[in-house]
Write a protein of this length. Structure first.
Length: 331
């Protein structure tokens, strides 16, 4: 049994990537390409965390929250993720590597809600508790899922767009993927609200694999094909940055309501200068913190809620400075 809240020094190996060094805090370490080191000794619980990637500031904030929890609650973590958010195979390999290190618990943000199930079943058979975070899997095995209510958050984005446009006209969706639950829930939450609460027509939904260039090209195509488009919604940070880029390049902001998801400097700047009307922000720091907290509870055999909702906010130029929103934004 682990001694709760014991103050433990963190034993860390040097991270191999520049990114990891830049993001590193006191709670853990990560190595490039999924080669996380096993814990140096058995004095603290070891939690292996596999994210969706490192390419967006969102994951830096998740990691910072996880490291803070590890420091405060007495744990050691590793934090890995694939090079891109489309590389499911690399993420699965990293999950296997993490399991080979005999962790006491695993935090996992699935790029594909089904591809990882065989390994998750293996971890369960080995007695390793799985904490799903950010995006769940098609399985009841995870002890909990620590995440934003993505369906509700996207519905809020749709509500804001309807109010800003008057609820009529054509709208398009720049979605980040259709394999993770975050991707499908944000798409469906937005689409369902539009269809049920407005007279708007959704002319197209395209997927970007969280690639800024793809998002730019998709948005460009939307705008070229639909000169009368009145609204556009992007479902994550990379998709939103690509969307803004295309709108800027074509000079098409006039008469177009632009709503994003997540935070980051690009979106915050676009909201401040009027190129974006608003966005949904999650609380990635809290996601990371609660993932480690839930893993430690599961390791101790304590009960954990099946879903841990980490909250969301809609932000625009009028409320950026409000305390509860400002602390959830990340640049």
């Amino acid at each position: 049994m682990r001694i709760k809240n014991r103050i433990v020094g963190t034993v860390g190996a040097l991270a191999l990537s520049t990114f990891a060094l830049a993001a590193c805090g006191g709670g853990g370490d990560a190595a490039e390409g999924g080669e996380s080191a096993a814990p140096a000794d058995g004095s603290e619980p070891y939690i292996a965390i596999i994210s969706k990637g490192f390419s967006q500031q969102f994951w830096v904030s998740v990691r910072e929250g996880a490291e803070a929890a590890a420091d405060e609650l007495g744990a050691r973590i590793t934090f890995d993720g694939p090079d891109t958010e489309s590389d499911v195979e690399q993420q699965i390999q990293q999950l296997q590597t993490a399991m080979n290190g005999n962790p006491d618990g695993i935090g996992f943000a699935a790029l594909d809600s089904e591809a990882s199930i065989p390994l998750i079943e293996q971890a369960d058979a080995d007695g390793i508790p799985i904490i799903a975070f950010d995006s769940g899997v098609e399985s009841d095995i995870p002890v909990t899922t620590v995440a934003t209510d993505n369906y509700a958050a996207a519905a809020e984005a749709a509500k804001q767009l309807v109010e800003l446009t008057g609820g009529t006209g054509k709208v398009a969706v720049v979605a980040h993927d259709q394999t993770s639950l975050t991707g499908t829930q944000r798409r469906d939450g937005f689409v369902d609200y539009i269809e049920q609460n407005s007279d708007m027509e959704i002319v197209d939904i395209q997927y970007t694999n969280s690639d800024v260039l793809k998002a730019t090209n998709v948005t460009n195509a939307f705008l070229q094909a639909n000169p009368d488009l009145v609204g556009i919604f992007a479902t994550n940070e990379a998709s939103a940055i690509g969307m803004i880029t295309a709108i800027d390049e074509l000079g098409r902001k006039d008469g177009l309501t632009v709503i994003g998801f997540d935070s980051g400097k690009g979106q915050i700047d676009a909201i401040k200068d009027g190129r974006m009307d608003g966005a949904i922000t999650q609380d990635p720091y809290n996601i990371g913190y609660r993932t480690v907290e839930a893993a430690l509870a599961a390791i101790d055999g304590d009960s954990v809620e099946k879903v841990i909702d980490t909250g969301f906010y809609f932000y625009d130029s009028t409320n950026l400075e409000q305390e509860e929103i400002a602390r959830s934004l990340y640049e």
